[in-house]
Write a protein that binds this ligand. Structure first.
Ligand code: IPE
Ligand code: IPE
Ligand code: MG
Length: 243
């Protein structure tokens, strides 16, 4: 007799998880701490998330760490965040190596302070070739900026005679995004109670499943992660077709 099919047998595997790490400020405020304490707790939690993803067999984890709109924040908060990014890379370097984590940056690196840019590019270089999990840090990232950058590159190639207007299709656009080899995210998680994308993965997220939770990012733990993955496994992804 054939075994009963599992309940989630129709769900597509979860290769790429994306997380909007939101709620650090509110987490700190509730504890009467400065916002930077929330960002520190948030960075620590990212290390936990990497472990969870590794154990769950996820191949790509993209995390929204700093948006193109976050420059609007007070200068000292931006400076704290930039410092934390460098600290994260330094403190987490060994562990990333032993966990087989490859680090990549998603965003306009040219707009980052030189020390952040250099730390990121060096970490990318060091971790090239690691295969267990790709940790993709969205830094100075905006979905609209990414699409605009792609359009500019395509326009240049048209001028060079390499591309023909009228023949530019979805594949052409996708190939000119920041990380064209990374598959689209299967699931996007946003904690903190907000239910919006805030300019995250606008192109790539066209058919992503979305999961929201009220928990603040620094408090997001294994049980929240398990709940999100369980919800994903119940989803039926149709991509516009029929079951
Ligand atoms: C997310 O937490 C971190 C960044 C946007 C850099 P927030 O700082 O947005 O936290 P809240 O939304 O104010 O609680
Ligand atoms: C989104 O959070 C960006 C990151 C988590 C890095 P925001 O806190 O910036 O988003 P809004 O302002 O609430 O939309
Ligand atoms: Mg926020």
């Amino acid at each position: 007799m054939r075994p009963e099919p599992e309940k989630n047998a129709t769900a597509a595997p979860l290769r790429h998880l994306a997380v909007i790490m939101d709620g650090n400020g509110r987490w700190a405020k509730r504890r009467l701490l400065p916002r930077k304490a929330g960002h520190r707790a948030g960075a620590k939690n990212l290390r936990r998330l990497c472990q969870m993803c590794g154990q769950a067999g996820i191949s790509y984890l993209t995390v929204y760490a700093f948006s193109t709109e976050n420059w609007k924040r007070p200068e000292d908060e931006v400076a704290t965040l930039m410092r934390l990014f460098i600290e994260f890379l330094n403190d987490y370097d060994r562990e990333m190596e032993s966990e087989g984590i490859r680090l990549r940056v998603l965003g306009d690196v040219s707009g980052l302070p030189a020390n952040v840019r250099e730390s990121m590019l060096a970490a990318e270089e060091r971790s090239r070739g690691r295969e267990r999990l790709q940790l993709i840090l969205a830094l100075n990232y905006g979905g609209r900026a990414e699409i605009a950058a792609a359009v500019n590159r395509i326009a240049e190639r048209v001028l060079q005679g390499e591309l023909i207007p009228g023949q530019i299709d979805e594949t052409t656009v996708a190939r000119h995004l920041y990380l064209p080899d990374v598959p689209d995210p299967d699931l996007i998680i946003r904690p903190s109670g907000e239910q919006r994308l805030s300019n995250f993965l606008l192109w790539q997220g066209a058919y992503s499943e979305l999961w929201f939770s009220d928990v603040l990012w620094p408090d997001f733990r294994q049980d929240d992660f398990d709940r999100a993955l369980a919800a994903y496994s119940e989803r039926e992804r149709r991509f516009g077709g029929l079951k």
